[in-house]
Ligand binder design. Structure first.
Ligand code: ATP
Ligand code: MG
Length: 463
C-alpha cells in the first residue's frame, strides 16, 4: 500500500528542491537535466528484479546506455512494489535482439523488444522522439484532430523523456552509476505529490486521450493530486475518448478498476466526466436514479478489499456490477411491457451488453459469465425440491450469490433471499432440508416445465 512521501524527500532541510538547487524547469522545448546521485535517492538494486538487472547489465556491457524508466522508477521511489520493469536504451530493437537469445521484437505501432525470463518479461524500448520533433524520416503521423497514430521515431533520451505523459513517469534510473536522470521535474513533483503533464496538457490529451484516464488512475493509485493546468482541460476534452478503439478502452477499464483503488477511481472518473465516456448508459441510469450508485460503490469497495487480500477478482463480475443499473432499467421496462421475468432478464442483459460494446469491448469469455450472473439473480429465487442443491453446485453460483448479497446490502428489495442462501451454505444436510421446506411454503409454485419449454421454443424460433 501507499507509504506516503519517500523518506528521502521528507527529511527536514533536505527537500529535493534544495537538493537540486533550482526550481523545477518549466515545460519547455529544451528539457533541463537534473541528476540525482545514488546516495541522494532511496532506490537500490535490491528493489529491482533480477531479470531487469540482467538486461541492464548486458546492454551496459555492450556499451549501450541502459535505464529503467516509467512506472517502475516512480513506484520504487514511493516504496511501492513495481509490477513490471521497463528498460529504455539507445540500442535499436535489432541491436537489443541480437544481445539476448530469449528476446523477441514485437509490435507494429511501436517496435519494442521483449526479453523473457521464465514468467517475467522485461520490455526494452529504444529512445523515441515526440511527434513535434519529427523529421523527414519520420514514421509518426497525426490525424486532423491531433491524435497520434504512429510514433516510431528513434530519438535521444531527452526527446524520449518529453514524449512521456507525466513528469513522474519520466524518471530514468541509470545502470552506469545508479543515479536518476530527471528531465521534466518529476522528482520535484514527487515531492509535491503531483500528477503533472509534460508539455501542453490539452495538446497531449488530443494526441492520446487515454492520458486523461491515466491521470485519474495514477491520482487514485498514488494518492496524488492532479496539478491544476493538467486537470483543467479534462472535462472539456473527455469526449475525445470516443476516438479510442473499444478494445483499448476495455484494457484501460481493467487497469482503472482492478488495481486496488477502484472505488476512488470511480469517484474521480465521475467527477471529471470521464465515466460517462466509458459507460454512457450506466452514467445515464445513475443520473436518473442516483441511489443505484451505492451498489457500484459497494462492489468496487469489495473488489479493492479482495485485491488487498490477494484474492482473485474477475472482469466478468466487475462489468456485471458496472452495468447493473442499465440492466435493471431495461428489465423494469420489459416487465412493464408484459414480458415474463426470465426472458425479460435475458433480454435486458443482451441489450445492456450490446449497447456497451460500442464503447468498451467485452471479450466473450467475460461477457458470457457476466450475463449468467444477471440471469442467475432470478434463478436464486427458486429454491424448491432439488433446485437449491443444483443451483449451489453450479460454477456460477458463487459470483451470483456475492452479487445478490451486494444487492441486498445496498438497499435492493430482495427480501430475505441473500440471508437464506447464506444460511443454506452454512447449514448441514438436515438444516438444509428444513430451509428448503420453509421456502416451499413461501414460494408460489409455477408450472415451470411448461413455461420453460415454451420459452425455449420461442427463443429457438427467433434464432
Ligand atoms: P503502471 O505499469 O503502474 O500502470 P506505468 O507508468 O508503468 O504504470 P505503463 O503503461 O506501463 O505505465 O507505461 C510505461 C511508461 O510509458 C509510462 O510510465 C510513461 O512514461 C510511458 N507511457 C505509457 N503510456 C503513455 C501514453 N499514453 N502517453 C505517453 N507516455 C506513456
Ligand atoms: Mg508499467
Amino acid at each position: 500500500m501507499l507509504k506516503g512521501i519517500p523518506s528521502f524527500l521528507k527529511r527536514p532541510g533536505d527537500s529535493i528542491r534544495q537538493l537540486l538547487k533550482s526550481e523545477r524547469p518549466q515545460q519547455s522545448i529544451k528539457p533541463e537535466l537534473h541528476i540525482v546521485s545514488r546516495d541522494e535517492h532511496p532506490m537500490s538494486r535490491t528493489g529491482i528484479s533480477e531479470s531487469a538487472l540482467k538486461v541492464l547489465y548486458r546492454l551496459k556491457k555492450a556499451n549501450y546506455d541502459a535505464f529503467l524508466v516509467g512506472g517502475c522508477v516512480r513506484d520504487a521511489l514511493l516504496d511501492l512494489h513495481p509490477k513490471d520493469f521497463d528498460v529504455a536504451t539507445n540500442a535499436t530493437p535489432e541491436q537489443v535482439n541480437s544481445l539476448f537469445h530469449n528476446a523477441r521484437i514485437i509490435g507494429r505501432r511501436f517496435r519494442i523488444v521483449h526479453v523473457r525470463y521464465g514468467r517475467e518479461t522485461i520490455e526494452v524500448t529504444t529512445f523515441r522522439a515526440p511527434p513535434a520533433n519529427n523529421t523527414a524520416k519520420s514514421h509518426a503521423s497525426q490525424t486532423d484532430q491531433g491524435l497520434l497514430v504512429r510514433d516510431n521515431v528513434y530519438g535521444t533520451i531527452e526527446e524520449d523523456a518529453i514524449r512521456r505523459d507525466f513528469t513522474i513517469n519520466a524518471l530514468y534510473y541509470n545502470i552506469r552509476d545508479f543515479s536518476i536522470y530527471d528531465y521534466a521535474g518529476g522528482i520535484d513533483d514527487m515531492d509535491h505529490r503531483l500528477i503533472r503533464m509534460i508539455g501542453d496538457p490539452e495538446t497531449r490529451y488530443r494526441e492520446d486521450p487515454v492520458r486523461m484516464l491515466r491521470a485519474i488512475r495514477f491520482a487514485a493509485k498514488l494518492d496524488f493530486d492532479i496539478e491544476s493546468a493538467t486537470e483543467a482541460p479534462i472535462r472539456a476534452s473527455a469526449n475525445l475518448l470516443r476516438q479510442i478503439p473499444a478494445a483499448r478502452l476495455f484494457e484501460e477499464v481493467l487497469k482503472l478498476f482492478l488495481s486496488g483503488q477502484g472505488e476512488e477511481t470511480f469517484n474521480l472518473l465521475r467527477e471529471y466526466h470521464l465515466f460517462g465516456q466509458l459507460f454512457p448508459y450506466s452514467e445515464d441510469a445513475l443520473r436518473e436514479s442516483p441511489e443505484r450508485e451505492a451498489f457500484i460503490l459497494q462492489a468496487l469497495y469489495n473488489t479493492d478489499k479482495r485485491i488487498a487480500e490477494n484474492k482473485p477478482v474477475t472482469p466478468a463480475f466487475l462489468f456485471a456490477a458496472l452495468l447493473w443499473p442499465v440492466v435493471q432499467k431495461a428489465f423494469a421496462e420489459l416487465i412493464r411491457s408484459g414480458i415474463p421475468p426470465v426472458p425479460a432478464m435475458q433480454q435486458a442483459g443482451q441489450q445492456a451488453t450490446a449497447a456497451q460494446v460500442d464503447f468498451t469491448s467485452i471479450p466473450k469469455r467475460f461477457s458470457q459469465p457476466m450475463r449468467e450472473i444477471w440471469e442467475f439473480q432470478l434463478r436464486l429465487e427458486r429454491r424448491q425440491g432439488k433446485r437449491a442443491y443444483l443451483t449451489a453446485e453450479h460454477p456460477r453460483f458463487r459470483a451470483a450469490y456475492d452479487f445478490l448479497v451486494l444487492r441486498s446490502e445496498t438497499g435492493e428489495n430482495v427480501g430475505e433471499l441473500a440471508q437464506w442462501w447464506t444460511n443454506f451454505q452454512e447449514s448441514d444436510n438436515h438444516s438444509r432440508r428444513n430451509l428448503v421446506m420453509n421456502s416451499e411454503q413461501h414460494e408460489t409454485p409455477v408450472p415451470r416445465k411448461r413455461r420453460r419449454r415454451n420459452y425455449n421454443s420461442s427463443r429457438k424460433a427467433k434464432e
